[in-house]
Write a protein that binds this ligand. Structure first.
Ligand SMILES: Cc1cc2nc3c(=O)[nH]c(=O)nc-3n(C[C@H](O)[C@H](O)[C@H](O)COP(=O)(O)O)c2cc1C
Length: 398
């Protein structure tokens, strides 16, 4: 049983070869964005409300027209199926059992068709990268639709993949085959290596029909050539025309881009710096939440990610107006550590943490958490939340 996200992380470190653990755990260059994701969340603190009599808060929400037991969504993690032979199917099963949605990465090991057969596709989103060859993108959209998935998440913060120094040190950038060093690291992780050698997925299945290579490494090389770094708002307009389901844009941080997303006709955005893996020294999604909630002006569902490790972090985001929170590494660590059960433990950890936080804040349900808003919070860095007298907290929540 995994007690916390950090437990899952340490267990994943013990289970995975170094190059794979670092691929998940690391960020771009100095990892300043990665560190700031955590720092910005811990700079905002709660003012508790006492004697409120809230023993069993109701955490249910609707995110992108889908009912969930609490406001958490599993974020897309490329090649997540390499972390355990149980694959991404274990992830979506754990999420569906807990009553929350998962966004499958375009670069998953198992295909969207297989994943959508394993759970109710209403609980799935599909994350898309746009290829230079738009016929591939169009065909992928059709497959996603045919699989029964109605929420598309287009990631727009990756026109390049900046240096991730841990990957470079481990020889995991532009890799064409496993080296002696990779094998050495795998030898000291015999459990993972044995399982993967016998039962593991070998390809990014969503790309298989498009002749991008017969090995996982050949596919990676093709991806770096064939992803379109020139995509712009006109391409998003094209996607909006082609895709008849709900459209979410992932990787937004600037309020002006939130306004444009709403004008484009998107249903949602994900405020994200890609888990600190793209622009080094970027603001966090959480830091930009209040401004973007104002910019959206009720027109969009706003998800936020980056550094969320506790249920209390979710409460902070909801109090600042988010529709929900996404997590990437936490579920990836859970999967690496203990497969489906590990993912379930991580999800439960967030849910329990959210419930106890709401009790201590006197928030009966998510609506109360949202209405109480900034009254619940103090920003000790002095930036995002104006202090409100505690008397107004009492008025709202007793
Ligand atoms: C190993 C790894 C792979 C990722 N792959 C993708 C991807 O394929 N598509 C995408 O939109 N985001 C991807 N992300 C970003 C996540 O969706 C999410 O934005 C980020 O992990 C959130 O930060 P957290 O890990 O601190 O929760 C990836 C993140 C990690 C850690």
């Amino acid at each position: 049983m995994l007690i916390s996200v950090e437990d899952a992380r340490l267990a994943a470190r013990r289970t995975l070869p170094r190059w794979l653990f670092d691929y998940v755990d690391g960020g771009a260059y100095s990892e300043a964005s990665l560190k700031n994701n955590f720092a910005s969340l811990s700079a905002v603190r709660f003012i508790p409300a006492i004697l409120c009599g809230v023993s069993a808060p109701d955490t249910a929400v609707k995110i992108l027209e889908t009912h969930q037991t609490f406001p958490l969504v599993l974020a897309p993690v490329g090649m997540g199926g390499l972390l355990s032979v149980e694959g991404e199917v274990a992830v979506v099963r754990a999420a569906a059992a807990a009553g929350i949605q998962t966004c499958l990465s375009h670069f998953s090991i198992q295909s969207i068709e297989d994943i959508a057969r394993a759970v109710d596709p209403a609980l799935l989103m599909f994350q898309l990268y746009i290829f230079r060859d738009r016929a591939i993108t169009r065909d992928t959209l059709q497959r996603v639709w045919n699989a029964g998935v109605r929420t598309l998440v287009v990631t727009v913060d990756t026109p390049v993949t900046p240096m991730r120094e841990r990957d470079a040190r481990n020889g995991f950038r532009s890799i064409s085959k496993l080296s002696f060093r990779h094998f050495t690291q795998m030898m000291i992780r015999p459990g993972w290596t044995w399982n993967m050698a016998h039962k593991g997925g070998r390809l990014m299945a969503n790309l298989e029909p498009y002749g991008m290579g017969k090995t996982f490494f050949a596919q990676s090389a093709t991806i770096s050539r064939e992803l379109d770094p020139t995509i712009n708002w006109l391409d998003l307009k094209w996607i909006r025309e082609v895709w008849k389901g709900r459209l979410v844009i992932k990787g937004v941080l600037h309020p002006e881009d939130t306004r444009r997303s709403a004008e484009l006709g998107a249903e949602g955005i994900v405020l994200s710096n890609h888990g600190g893996r793209q622009l080094d020294g970027a603001v966090s999604g959480f830091e930009m939440l209040s401004e973007n909630v104002q910019a959206a002006n009720g027109r969009l569902d706003i998800l936020v990610d980056g550094g969320f490790r506790y249920g209390s972090d979710i409460a902070k985001a909801m109090a600042l107006g988010a529709s929900g929170v996404m997590i990437g590494r936490p579920w990836a660590f859970g999967l690496a550590a203990e497969g489906q059960k590990g993912v379930a433990d991580v999800i439960d950890y967030f849910h329990q943490g959210l419930r106890s936080t709401m009790t201590l804040l006197g928030a009966r349900d998510i609506a109360a958490l949202r209405e109480g808003g900034k009254d619940f919070l103090r920003d000790v860095s002095g930036a995002a939340c104006e202090p409100v007298p505690s008397s107004s907290i009492m008025k709202e929540h007793v």
